[in-house]
Structures are given as structure tokens and as C-alpha cells.
Design a protein around this ligand. Structure first.
Ligand SMILES: [Fe+2]
Length: 189
């Protein structure tokens, strides 16, 4: 069993693609872009399934990865300290089969990492590819639970843009750790 991802057996994709892509406009299809969706903008997301499972969605992110590009190896920083393995639920569309999300392990725990921000302002701990040993890759073609507290990246080898909506579930107002998520969502895994 992967310690990085689990597909979710649910029909719900949580949103209407057309509405989303109309609202979040891409100026340049060859440039990666990220948006943070919060507050009243979250009405674009159908959170019924999360509520049924005792969770809330207070923030979502929308990622566009341009054709033939990748995002850097990184760990998502939660805003809480210390860092811990926590989950997001992702759904990808727009591209063909040549795209994947990839996880790896840091080769030397004492290596230097940098703090960076994506275009939506979310902080990341960034690693050089030479610092990472690749462990697993998955093509996301249905809703998936992903661990973003360990090094990961998105790779788009396709000639089409890759869209990803990433929902950050919370329980009791806290982000959900990987092991806790396996318990909460077990009947869908
Ligand atoms: Fe990430």
C-alpha cells in the first residue's frame, strides 16, 4: 500500500469544470499558474461529501501545469509548525495520459532546502532534483487522497495543459494527517 496516495471510490468530483475554468482565467497556456480559492469563492466547490464525513473545506487550490513542464520538488508547508504529513484531495483533468504526480525521499536529511512561494502565495520547502530519490508516480484520473507533507511534484509530459483542483480537508478546524485521513476516509479507499 502506498504511503503517498490512495484513490477514492467516489463519484463526486466536487466541482463543475466549466464554471471553474470560466472564473479562473489563464492568460498564457505555456505558463504554470496557481490560484487559492477561499471565502465566498468556495461556493464553487460542492462540499457535501466532506460534510458527510465530518470535514470542512476552508481552502482549495487550483493548479495549471503547462504542456511539457513540471513543478519543482517540494513539501507543502501547512502554516502550522512543526511540519507533518497532511493530506489534500486532488482531481486532475485537461490532459492525456502522459502526466503524473510523483513522490520521493530526501537523500540526505541534512541537505539545504529553500522556502519558496507559488503564484498563489502558498509557501513550499523546495528541493533540487539531485536531493531526491524518486519512489512512486501515479497518473491521477479520478479523485485521489495525496500526502503533501513529503517531497512531491507534478509532471506534465503531455502537449495539453494539466489542471488540478486540490481540496484541503479539515477536521475540528485542523488539517488532517495522513494516518488520520486513512481512518476518516477508509470506506472509500
Ligand atoms: Fe504540493
Amino acid at each position: 500500500m502506498s504511503e503517498y496516495y490512495r484513490y477514492l471510490n467516489i463519484q463526486n468530483t466536487f466541482f463543475d469544470k466549466e464554471v471553474l475554468v470560466k472564473k479562473y482565467i489563464l492568460e498564457d497556456v505555456n505558463k504554470n499558474k496557481q490560484w487559492r480559492i477561499e471565502g465566498k469563492d468556495l461556493s464553487i466547490i460542492n462540499d457535501t461529501w466532506f460534510k458527510q464525513n465530518g470535514c470542512t473545506i476552508q481552502v482549495a487550490e487550483l493548479f495549471y501545469t503547462a504542456p511539457q513542464s513540471k513543478i519543482k520538488w517540494h513539501i507543502d508547508i501547512s502554516g502550522y509548525s512543526p511540519l507533518f504529513d497532511y493530506v489534500k484531495i486532488n482531481f486532475v483533468w485537461g490532459t492525456d495520459d502522459s502526466h503524473y504526480m510523483q513522490w520521493g525521499k530526501i537523500i540526505d536529511q541534512n541537505c539545504d532546502s529553500k522556502i519558496g512561494y507559488n503564484t498563489a502565495g502558498s509557501p513550499h520547502m523546495i528541493f533540487d532534483p539531485s536531493q531526491i530519490e524518486i519512489h512512486e508516480s501515479v497518473i491521477i484520473d479520478k479523485p485521489i487522497l495525496v500526502n503533501v507533507g513529503v517531497p512531491h511534484r507534478a509532471v506534465n509530459d503531455s502537449d495539453l495543459g494539466r489542471w488540478c483542483i486540490s481540496l484541503i480537508p479539515k477536521k475540528n478546524n485542523e488539517r488532517i494527517a495522513w494516518n488520520q485521513a486513512i481512518e476518516i476516509f477508509h470506506e472509500y479507499l
